[in-house]
Design a protein around this ligand. Sequence first.
Ligand SMILES: C[S@@+](CC[C@H](N)C(=O)[O-])C[C@H]1O[C@@H](n2cnc3c(N)ncnc32)[C@H](O)[C@@H]1O
Length: 191
Amino acid sequence: MESSRPDALFSDPYAAHLGGATGVAFSSKMKGIMPWPEFHITWMAIRTRYIDERLSTFCAAHGSSFQCVILGSGLDARAFRIPQLATARAVYEVDVPEVVVAFNRAMARLEATAVCPRVALALDLSTPDALTRALRAGGFDKALPTFWLLEGLTMYLTPDVKCSSRSTRSPHRVPTSVRASSLTPQVSRRT
Ligand SMILES: C[S@@+](CC[C@H](N)C(=O)[O-])C[C@H]1O[C@@H](n2cnc3c(N)ncnc32)[C@H](O)[C@@H]1O
């Protein structure tokens, strides 16, 4: 939707295919939630543009010696659409198995090619040590500068998982690494 606007803040040629009619219907439903009907569209577009810029700047600063880890990656197609990632050693996308399988299938159907090596890790972040083990097995280099991205994720994590995912990352962090995280209040469940 954003990509087709004349004043688009970013371009994601895959979004319309990935979101499909369900995505459009969901977006329309959101219009009734806030007094400003376009709020969720504007907010998403600004957030996406901001992260795209931070990531591109990070890539440019690190030549070919960096990697990127996207936690709760969902339908994030940055490994396919951000040209500056072409020099990355790898992009690690982490999500639950159902989402990883669906995203991989959709991108294969679109015959999309990632601009860099891409490692999709199917795991539940609430499982202790799952992230550390999967990254290690996937060739993650803990000495490399790393762009850690948690976009639209933290609200799904309980405080203990948030803390453990932070301590999981900390041994892997080198001073030049960056963490970009959108912070949204916890989704609370009524019983
Ligand atoms: C709102 S979506 C955000 C997707 C993407 N980062 C974006 O901003 O478009 C949240 C994603 O986090 C994933 N997620 C939530 N809890 C998770 C967990 N415990 N382990 C792994 N992934 C999780 C969901 O499956 C979903 O794909």
